[in-house]
Design a protein around this ligand. Structure first.
Ligand SMILES: *Cc1c(COP(=O)(O)O)cnc(C)c1O
Length: 378
């Protein structure tokens, strides 16, 4: 039996909600379930949050909201998913890549100030594996230099930094509900609006540049084209699935954390022996078990590990390919300083299967197989 890297999970309620949504006859955006999701965000995160088709769309909205001009610069880590940078390039701006820290794999806050120029408009904090960036420091830098601070919390839904939910701290935050993340709706995302000045315009951008949201609330008597925008609102069918997941978020997160802890305890002795490194979570961060990874000492060992696991039917993919050295990164981006850690991490990281329905037997097999490899008994 093969063990996949990820498997989607859903209970009866997801299907019931979808059926109910279709029966109600409103399957376009902003129907009953979208409103329920909005209420969930207000109640739990205390934020106005707009559902989108993806985290990619939410970052694109953030880029439009930032009012970027050609050649404006946005500071971000190179160790991230394509969309973190691409969204700003679409808006005409230039991503400026800085290195990450070797412990949390998050942007190195000490390298940001030297990357700031007259053209810098924003900083993007990417919370890798749902472990929060040094938000206090980033907020302080953003404030001092008059920059926006955005959070790419694609992997950080329901995780916390100093008791604050990730994505609710900077001016805007983005989430992903892609099927590979912890809370899913197939494709899906959201934009958390933490700086109220963006609220009205965000609604307009999401609705093709129209004031349709105001119209539906009865605040204007007809709606019209008032600004630029696109169609960023997902079908209520997506929201129906997502809302059922929101109601199970505690249970899903608990299960993921349990698997995460099991891996973490198991690999401890190998870290002590110097064979690998494990994730580091600062004590003021509560992660969400979205990713479990190990870091090998070199690329060759990582490749051997992945090959051995694959031979045994276990998927252990690597993660982000650095953005700064990719073809589009070279064309549209700029590097600040030396991106040594980015290269090393990208070469040595391996992720382990982590999903809600991972069974005890499967976990046992993953650990046994890893053990054989690490003990050199293969
Ligand atoms: C997955 C991911 C995204 C993209 O999410 P989508 O919902 O698929 O658009 C963006 N940023 C990061 C850091 C991610 O891991």
């Amino acid at each position: 039996m093969k063990i996949p890297f990820n498997k989607i999970n859903f209970a009866k309620q997801e299907l019931k909600n979808i059926e109910n949504c279709i029966k109600k006859g409103h399957i376009a955006g902003d129907g009953v379930y979208t409103i329920l999701c909005n209420k969930w965000f207000l109640k739990n995160f205390k934020r106005r949050t707009l559902l989108t088709h993806s985290c990619t769309c939410a970052i694109e909205m953030a880029a439009i909201l930032a009012g970027l001009k050609p050649e404006d610069e946005v500071i971000m880590p190179s160790y991230s998913f394509v969309s973190t940078a691409n969204a700003f390039v679409l808006a005409g701006a230039k991503p400026v890549f800085v290195d990450i820290k070797p412990d949390t794999l998050n942007i190195n806050e000490d390298l940001i100030e030297r990357a700031i120029t007259k053209k810098t408009k924003a900083i993007v904090a990417v919370h890798y594996a749902g472990v929060g960036c040094e938000m206090d420091k980033l907020m302080q830098i953003a404030k001092k230099h008059g920059l926006y601070l955005f959070e790419d919390a694609a992997l950080g839904f329901y995780a916390k930094y100093k008791d604050k939910f990730l994505g609710t701290i900077g001016d805007l935050g983005t989430y992903s509900f892609h099927e590979t993340k912890s809370i899913v709706s197939g494709e899906g995302g959201a934009l958390s609006i933490n700086n109220k000045k963006f609220l009205e315009r965000a609604e307009i951008i999401r609705e093709k540049g129209t004031n349709r949201s105001k119209f539906f609330r009865g605040e204007v008597d007809k709606y019209t084209w008032v600004d630029i925008g696109s169609s960023y609102l997902p079908s209520d069918i997506i929201a129906a699935f997502l809302y059922a997941q929101f109601e199970r978020v505690k249970e899903i997160t608990k299960k993921r954390l349990l698997i995460w802890e099991q891996y973490h305890n198991f690999f401890e002795k190998y870290e002590t022996k110097g064979l690998l490194r494990r994730p580091f979570v600062p004590k003021y961060c509560e992660h969400n078990g979205s990713v479990y990874y190990i870091l090998f000492n070199d690329l060759k060992t990582r490749a051997k590990f992945m090959e051995y696991m694959k031979k045994n039917g276990i998927a252990t993919p690597f993660h982000y390919i650095p953005l700064h050295s990719s073809p589009a990164g070279l064309k549209y981006g700029k590097i600040s300083g030396c991106l040594k850690n980015t290269g090393i991490i990208s070469d040595t990281i391996a992720r382990l299967p982590i999903f809600y329905s991972l069974t005890k037997e499967q976990t046992r097999k993953i650990l046994k197989t890893s053990e054989k490899f690490l003990n050199g008994t293969i």
